[in-house]
Write a protein that binds this ligand. Structure first.
Ligand SMILES: Nc1ncnc2c1ncn2[C@@H]1O[C@H](COP(=O)(O)OP(=O)(O)OP(=O)(O)O)[C@@H](O)[C@H]1O
Ligand SMILES: [Mg+2]
Length: 293
């Protein structure tokens, strides 16, 4: 079984600006629906009946204290972990039992909390590994279809330039990935998934370890993905300034349970949320100071 969208075409990240999608009643269409999701690891209940929706062309924040189940939720949605119960719907189709590559090809791209990249390859070489279904993939073609491969690679390099500009890594294009900082590797992993032009992008702590001056650029890039390219983003993030600045809606997990959902402002004043994060006099600082990760 696979999602109807079929193979993901490399490139095409530069689709024209689009307006937010509504269903005619003024409500936004739902792109992702998570229903009553359960996942445990031995005695640890990482997800205990989590349900939420993500609207099309929105940025939804998924927050919660360390160990509250955010990455597990991403791993289940993207097919890296099997679920114990519940269901995940993407564009109305059940995807809860699909394999990670089927989900990725169906239009869901994700980054990982810890970004990995082949160290002895440059930034550009890392990104050249990304495209699928290219003529050069089969060794036979390398010998007999050289011109076509050169043409495809040239087009793909243009796409790589565009994506590297978006994530502010173009100046490091010929640097070995092994010499990049943790934050720069995160930007590289974001660039890699953008090459696949996913409709829904799951970002796991994209700003953790990123230089504060770069965070601003990254936040603007994420906003542009929504506003100019019509992407939908689900964002795990500990940096509350980032959450309140760009999220349309925020979902809060604590010990595998959804404890709150609302606008950043509503969440900011929610007692349960404040209690889950912090205690006593410091709790008002939740949305005014970065918590780190
Ligand atoms: N592969 C695994 N094996 C065993 N336990 C796991 C595994 N993955 C997650 N857990 C446990 O599940 C719980 C939720 O972990 P998860 O990584 O989803 O939290 P998180 O909200 O992403 O936390 P953080 O903010 O620290 O990244 C934790 O208790 C964690 O130790
Ligand atoms: Mg995590």
């Amino acid at each position: 079984m696979s999602i109807a969208k079929g193979p993901v075409a490399p490139g095409n990240a530069g689709s024209p600006a689009c307006s937010r999608q509504e269903n005619g009643t003024g409500r936004r269409q739902i792109m992702l629906k998570v229903v009553d999701l359960y996942k445990s690891f031995g005695g640890i209940q990482a997800l205990a009946g989590v349900s939420f929706t993500v609207e099309k062309q929105s940025i939804t924040g998924l927050i919660g204290p360390n160990g509250s189940g955010k990455s597990t939720c991403f791993n289940v949605i993207s097919g890296f972990y099997s679920k114990d119960g519940g269901e995940v719907y993407f564009e109305g189709q059940k995807i809860g039992n699909l394999k990670p590559f089927e989900i990725a090809r169906g239009g869901i791209g994700r980054t990982f909390q810890i970004a990995e990249a082949p160290e002895k390859m440059t930034v550009v070489e890392n990104l050249l590994l990304a495209p699928k279904d290219q003529t050069g993939e089969k060794i036979f073609n390398v010998f007999f279809k050289g011109t076509k491969i050169k043409q495809e690679t040239g087009e793909f390099l243009k796409k790589i330039d565009e994506v590297l500009n978006l994530v502010q890594l173009n100046h490091l294009r010929n640097e070995y990935a092994g010499n990049l900082s943790g934050g720069q590797r995160k930007l590289l992993s974001l660039a890699r998934i953008l090459l696949f032009d996913p409709d829904l992008i799951l970002l796991d702590e994209p700003t953790a370890g990123v230089n504060p001056t770069l965070i601003n650029d990254l936040v603007e890039a994420i906003q542009r993905l929504r506003d100019e390219r019509g992407k939908t983003i689900l964002l795990v993030e500990h940096n509350m300034r980032v959450i309140s600045r760009i999220c349309d809606k925020v979902i809060v997990l604590d010990s595998g349970i959804k404890i709150a959902e609302g606008t950043p402002k509503e969440i900011q004043n929610n007692e349960k949320v404040l209690e889950a994060y912090l205690s006593g006099s410091s709790k008002k600082q939740l949305f005014h100071e970065d918590t780190g990760s």
